[in-house]
Each structure stands twice: as C-alpha cells, then as structure tokens.
Design a protein around this ligand. Structure first.
Ligand code: ATP
Length: 266
C-alpha cells in the first residue's frame, strides 16, 4: 500500500473553555495522511470538544490548529468556511434528521464545491453516486431519512462525508447504532480512505475496534492527552487499564475481534 504518512493536521497547546469550565487543557497532537487515528478516553474527558475545535465548530481560547499540504501550512482560522469544508469534514455524534431523501443528504456533501448557482455538475453527481455505493446505501437513495433505521441513516451520513471528499475526516462515535457487522464494515471502509492518503480521526468507545483498525491512538483524560502511540505501544504502558479500569492484553483483544468476526460470518 502506497501511504504517505506526512502530517495532514496538527494542533498545539489547545485550550478550550466552555461556560467558564476549562475543557481542553493544552492539548497537542497530529493526524497523519494514510492513517486512522483513534481518540479514546472515558466519558467527559473532552474527545468531542477536541474534534469540534479541530473543525472550528468551537473556538479555542489559545493554541493553534494547522493544515499541512505539501510545503504549505495554513492556520484553519485563516480559511473561509467553504475552503475549510473542502479540507476538513466532520460527522458529529448527534445530528438532526431532516425530512429529505438519502440522496439529497449525500448531495449536501458537495456544497463546499458548488458555485453561486449551487448547481451540481456531472462530476458532483458521479461523486454522490460513488459515495452512496461505497457506504452501501444506494438501495435506499430515494428513501427519506426519518423512514430509515438508525444504522441505515448512520451510513447515509457517512456517504455524505465521503461525498465531501476532504483530506481530513473527523468522526465522533460513528459506530453508534451499527450492528457488529456494520461496525466492522465501517471501520474497514475508513481503512480504505488510507489508500487515498486521507487522515482520519475517530472517537471510539469500543476498544477492540480501536485496537484492530486504528494505526495510532490518542488517549485522553481530564481534557489532556495522556499518551499517544500505536496500539501495540499503548498496550505496553498499562494506561488502558488505568483509564478504563479494564485489564487488556493483545491476546484478549485478538480473541474478542475473532469472536465478533466469527459471528459476522456465521
Ligand atoms: N457547552 C458546554 N458547556 C459546558 N460544559 C460543556 C459543554 N459541552 C461539553 N461540556 C463538558 O465538557 C466535558 C467534555 O465533554 P465532551 O463531550 O468533549 O466529552 P467526551 O469525551 O466526548 O465524552 P463522551 O465520551 O461522554 O461523549 C464534559 O464534562 C462536558 O460536560
């Protein structure tokens, strides 16, 4: 696989305060092209806040967020909204469910590329069809979102993100609502984005999925990053036990993944 592991997005010393509460306290890290980076940590440690800051949905009090492309570095604060949306996409944890068809929702992923008339080009239409197909939702492209199951809808939102076709893809607990089969499919699909040299940042609660599919992990606690590294490196630190209160070994993780895979294929 030809993967270019250069930095796509880096953040340094990010501090975020919400309603007078200090939520992120000097967080630094990076997302690399060709990698899936998992962001793990207990409830309330600041994972969602970090993703929201990285796509500028909330403003950091201090620190920097920089997009790196070739030799150029761009502070995300300097980008117009559409320009930012062509480089960073975000699938939030909680979303409104508009009463529109799946295909229309997916077409929203192309908005950052449309001109003043907001007319979809043939290329946009092809990208939308491909996104529907890749996310496995072509069969219900013409159904309205409220009529879909939670898992089907989740995959339509993912198709919208694929249509947005950004270098940096951020997802907040995208496996929610998905059954074991579709969780694995989604993670496998995200892994295919690595071949396109995209940088994927994903908040996950399922440790076996994170350890099987992520190339690197950021472990958070109390608004700070405790440690980052490959799953293998982090297993050796004992931090997983410390953060989650569960004992994990590579053998246990392999067994759990094997068990889920067997169930999927049986
Ligand atoms: N708008 C807000 N005002 C004040 N506090 C907030 C606000 N939004 C989030 N928080 C607090 O910030 C902390 C971090 O929240 P965040 O949603 O980032 O955590 P998380 O790690 O994603 O949690 P979870 O795993 O439960 O989704 C929590 O204590 C939360 O209550």
């Amino acid at each position: 696989m030809n993967r270019n592991l250069s930095t796509a997005l880096k953040f340094a010393d990010l501090c975020v305060t919400l309603n007078h509460a200090e939520i992120l306290r000097g967080v630094s890290g990076e997302l690399r092209r060709g990698e899936v980076t998992g962001i793990l940590g207990p409830n309330g440690c600041g994972k969602t806040t970090l993703l929201r800051a990285l796509c500028r949905l909330i403003k950091a009090d201090s620190g920097s967020i920089t997009l790196c492309g070739g030799t150029a570095e761009t502070d995300i604060a300097a980008l117009a909204p559409k320009a930012l949306a062509r480089r960073v996409s975000f699938l939030p944890q909680q979303r409104a469910v508009p009463d529109i068809t799946a295909k229309t929702l997916v077409s929203h992923g192309r908005y950052p590329y449309l001109g003043f008339s907001r007319t979809l080009s043939n290329k946009d239409r092809t990208v939308i069809q491909n996104a529907l197909k890749t996310a496995g939702v072509s069969a219900f492209a013409d159904r309205r979102l409220p009529m879909l199951s939670g898992g089907e809808r989740q995959r339509v939102f993912l198709a919208m993100l694929l249509a947005q076709n950004t270098d940096v893809v951020l997802l907040d607990e995208p496996t929610t609502y998905l059954d074991a089969h579709h969780k694995f499919e989604l993670m496998a699909l995200l892994s295919t984005l690595k071949v396109q040299n995209k940088a994927v940042g994903i908040v996950l609660h399922e440790l076996p999925l994170a350890f099987k599919f992520c190339d690197r992990l950021l472990l958070m606690k109390n608004g700070q990053i405790m440690q980052s590294g490959t799953p293998e490196e982090l297993l050796k630190t004992g931090l997983i036990e410390h953060l989650f209160g569960v004992s994990l070994t590579p053998v246990m993780l392999d067994k759990e993944v094997e068990y889920i895979e067997r169930k999927i294929h049986s």
